[in-house]
Design a protein around this ligand. Structure first.
Ligand SMILES: [Zn+2]
Length: 159
């Protein structure tokens, strides 16, 4: 499924399900994420673009570097929405985060999560009560494409 994701710069949203609560303890962030459905907004501008970044998110074995790594190690990525910057898409990670936060009953579970470099958003991680698929609901904001993630792709660490 990674073949469907361009190896070019862009922004994306991830749907993640945590089956168990997750304690977050980093130098600047401390708290607990309850079990449930989450959505995360990010952008990829490094080598390999969106494809390389999303491949990393789907791997369950990795050394945690970003906040989101702790969540994708402990939880399951169930869906991805993405847009290449080159497509003229207006989607940025902050716009995605804001759209996710505007969904009904959405909440910021841990201020600062994923948004250390951002002064505009409270967090780039949004909690969605129930079993919602929040990322699929925001694809209209910037001509984003949505892909459901086959769960086999997660467990074998798709690459
Ligand atoms: Zn932001």
């Amino acid at each position: 499924m990674l073949d469907a994701i361009p190896a070019r710069p862009g922004a994306y949203g991830l749907e993640i399900v945590l089956d168990r609560p997750l304690a977050i303890e980093t130098a600047r962030l401390r708290g607990s994420l309850p079990a449930g459905a989450y959505a995360y907004a990010g952008s990829a501008h490094g080598p390999g673009g969106l494809r390389a970044r999303i491949a990393r998110h789907l791997k369950s074995e990795k050394r945690p570097h970003w906040h989101i790594d702790r969540l994708t190690i402990a939880g399951r990525v169930t869906g991805i929405a993405f847009a290449e910057n080159a497509d003229g898409s207006t989607a940025s990670e902050c716009e995605i985060a804001r759209a996710l936060a505007a969904l009904p009953d959405a909440a910021v579970p841990l201020a600062g999560f994923g948004s250390s470099d951002c002064r505009r958003c409270q967090a780039h991680l949004i909690r969605q009560p129930g079993a919602g698929l929040p990322v699929s609901a925001i694809t209209d904001i910037g001509a984003m494409r949505y892909l459901a993630v086959p769960q086999a792709a997660v467990s074998r660490g798709a690459s």
